[in-house]
Design a protein around this ligand. Structure first.
Ligand code: NDP
Length: 279
């Protein structure tokens, strides 16, 4: 039976370090959070970020803009935050209204204040192994792997999902540790090859958003399973991996909820403190 890899436990330890780091800064770091329009899901996320920030001694500045804000008006607003020396980090809440393209917007945040780690300059630094601000979910996955004590050198790692926020940057971080990385995506599934890749994974990381996509009996005996997926099924939150069957075969597995999720927001706060230190 697999050991549970609980993000909450790891997050508590990292939060203690963040508090110490905040204490030695000469300022109270400020996180500016920008939301455009109304969204119940995003508001829940904002509340959790605010609580997390305040518990760590971080000021959470919330800016809510009208739903009909244009792309250029949002860029102007971001530029004001960029120029404001009291603001250390900026986060744009998703989803954005249809008239705004997140990819365009995220490029206007100063890389030094991009605490989600999604500015092309920050993503680019990962290629050179020089990143200070890492995208939050890949950073959370790396922390969970560290928790297992596994040496990544030469390990067969299979990532399912190649999104810009999870799979692609995570593949680069794992390469940096000399893991042998296979990245699967919709093309792999359509070619009927997903199962054969999943079966060989010593470390399996799944970030797709489809409940039950990975059958538990495909998991290699003793594998480490990190399930990033979040799916609502009949009022329950589940991941992308069939948990009960996978748990019997894996050596470590993340629960959903309670695995990667709680660490992701902690990584955001760690990025903010790193940003404040470097400014
Ligand atoms: P995206 O929709 O951006 O990416 C999903 C990826 O899965 C794409 O690469 C897609 O390929 C691939 N995919 C889709 N269907 C299949 C399939 N049948 N077989 C193989 N690959 C497939 O999602 P995100 O990366 O943003 O998020 C993924 C999941 O992780 C979601 O459930 C999300 O809620 C969760 N998440 C959790 C976080 C946390 O903190 N725990 C943070 C971020 C995300 P293609 O694009 O080619 O179709």
């Amino acid at each position: 039976m697999a050991k549970l890899l609980e993000g909450k436990v790891v997050a508590e330890r990292i939060k203690e370090q963040i508090k110490k780091d905040v204490a030695v800064l000469k300022i109270k770091p400020v996180l500016a959070s920008v939301m455009v329009g109304e969204n119940a899901g995003a508001e829940t996320y904002v509340k959790s970020q605010k609580k997390n920030a305040e518990n760590l001694g971080i000021e959470y500045q919330f800016h809510k803009l009208a739903a009909d804000t244009s792309e250029s008006a949002l860029v102007e607003f971001i530029q004001k935050l960029n120029a404001d020396k009291t603001v250390n980090g900026i986060i744009i809440q998703m989803p954005l209204p249809a008239q705004i393209d997140y990819k365009k917007i995220s490029q206007h945040i100063l890389p030094q204040k991009d605490i989600e780690g999604m500015h092309p300059a920050n993503i680019g630094k990962i290629v050179f192994g020089k990143a200070i601000i890492l995208p939050c979910t890949p950073a959370a996955v790396m922390e969970l792997l560290k928790e297992t004590g596994v040496d990544l050198y030469g390990k067969e790692v299979v990532i399912v999902g190649h999104s810009e926020i999870v799979g692609k940057p995570l593949a680069l971080l794992l390469l940096e540790k000399f893991a042998t990385v296979t990245v699967c995506h919709i093309g792999t599934s359509k070619a009927g090859k997903l199962e054969e890749h999943v079966r060989k994974a010593e470390i399996l990381i799944v970030a797709v958003g489809k409940a039950g996509l990975i059958k538990g009996d495909l998991v290699k005996e003793g594998a480490i399973v990190i399930d990033v997926g979040i799916n609502r099924v009949a009022d329950k939150i589940v991941g992308d991996v069939e948990f009960e069957a996978a748990e019997k075969r894996a050596s470590y597995i993340t629960p959903v909820p309670g695995g990667v999720g709680p660490l992701t927001v902690t990584m955001l706060m760690r990025n903010l403190v790193e940003a404040a230190k470097s400014q």
